[in-house]
Design a protein around this ligand. Structure first.
Ligand code: ACO
Length: 343
């Protein structure tokens, strides 16, 4: 039977570093480095410059992953793009990346299909489930899966927005999911959602039940109230549910695979909050050296956290062929997921 494995990883983060102190001194947020580090583990994040889009961040990550896989854009059978901060409302970021990667500046234009995934922090794992299914079914041989975010453009960088604004950063990660006859690759993925909590962490911007969907002034300009414009979050509810759902989905994944947490060589958690992940790791009895993180340098890059961490671990030699890897995520929706991969 054809298996689906990760043949290449890539990542890209914008160069501008924003430390916790910068949030205070540069943007005027009433916060401290100590407050943010103690509660989240975040020390700094990257912000893209104005003019940079999410598909711009995704492009070098995608090229990096393709190069590591030894492939060209024309080898791709599908692009899957997970993001909550697409370039525009529509079309999705996938077609913008497809244009830059497969159509512009090439003698080999390639009209590969592009699918967008809207599952926030769990978007990469939902995308991995789709990519794996496409490969295993025989529909595709190589699927590019990207998770990328430009949060900095949509954060309320004032004291009013500090609870959310201090958590997020920009970045992009990518993997290529490829077919193989070898006995390796994605062994299983486990996804869940609980729409009863859809409003606990949400950025609404408009209300489609209203006519027009954004209030309009006499000159035709749309006016968006701050509570609609910016993401709203009940942090304590997110924290509690994240811990419960991540533990639950890890147990489900291990049980389904007939393994225990001790059989996993590397744990790649979504990087939302170091305290959430440490609590889950402690409950599972995971040793420190198998539990990797980079949230201190990038903050929460939502759909990009897992592929960025995978790419960094591969380059650092922490992730090697033959290892059993667990990926776990939780996010807005609520949505959650886990995947077990023999690297
Ligand atoms: N700096 C300083 N003070 C702050 C900040 C900040 N950045 N943000 C909030 N505060 C203040 C609040 O205004 C409040 O002040 P008050 O008591 O005068 O009203 C006080 O700190 C306590 O606020 P809480 O919201 O109760 O703080 P809490 O201890 O719950 O920590 C946090 C907030 C860090 C967001 C926590 O709830 C959390 O980590 N939740 C998980 C959220 C998360 O990870 N979301 C990521 C997206 S979802 C995902 O990816 C899983």
């Amino acid at each position: 039977m054809v298996q689906a494995y990760i043949s290449g990883t890539g990542f890209h983060v914008p160069p501008t570093r924003v430390t916790n102190d910068d949030l205070r001194t540069r943007y005027g947020l009433e916060t401290t480095d100590e407050w943010i580090v103690q509660r989240t583990g975040i020390r700094e994040r990257r912000f893209a410059e104005p003019g940079v889009t999410t598909s711009d961040l995704a492009l070098p990550a995608a090229r990096d992953a393709l190069a590591r896989a030894g492939l060209k854009p024309s080898d791709l059978d599908m692009i899957i793009f997970a993001t909550l901060s697409p370039d525009h409302c529509f079309p999705g970021a996938g077609v913008y990346l497809q244009r830059k990667l497969c159509l512009e500046g090439t003698d080999e234009p390639h009209f590969v299909p592009a699918l967008d995934v809207r599952n926030q922090c769990t978007g990469f794992l939902y995308g991995l489930g789709c990519a794996t299914s496409m490969v295993r079914s025989g529909a595709c041989r190589h699927v590019l899966l990207v998770g990328a975010e430009t949060h900095s453009a949509a954060l309320d960088l004032s004291s009013r927005g500090r609870q959310v604004a201090s958590l997020f950063g920009d970045g992009a990660g990518a993997v290529v999911v490829s077919a193989t006859e070898e006995d390796r690759g994605v062994r299983g993925w486990y996804l869940g959602a609980d729409g009863r909590h859809a409003d606990v962490l949400a950025q609404k911007i408009w209300d489609i039940s209203k006519r027009p969907f954004i209030p309009q002034d006499a000159d035709g300009w749309g006016r968006v109230a701050p509570e609609m414009m910016w993401a709203q979050m009940d942090g304590k509810v997110v924290f509690k549910n994240a811990v419960e759902r991540m533990l639950g989905v890890v147990m489900q994944a291990c049980w389904s695979q007939g393994i225990g947490p001790a059989d996993i060589d590397l744990w790649v958690f979504h990087q939302a909050n170091l305290r959430i992940n440490q609590y889950v790791a402690q409950q599972l009895g995971l040793p420190e050296e198998k539990f990797v993180h980079n949230i201190e340098r990038y903050g929460n890059t939502t759909a990009a956290t897992i592929p960025i961490l995978l790419a960094e671990c591969e380059r650092d030699g922490k992730l090697k062929r033959g290892m059993k890897v667990a990926m776990v995520a939780f996010g807005s929706g609520f949505t959650w997921g886990a995947a077990i991969v023999d690297w």
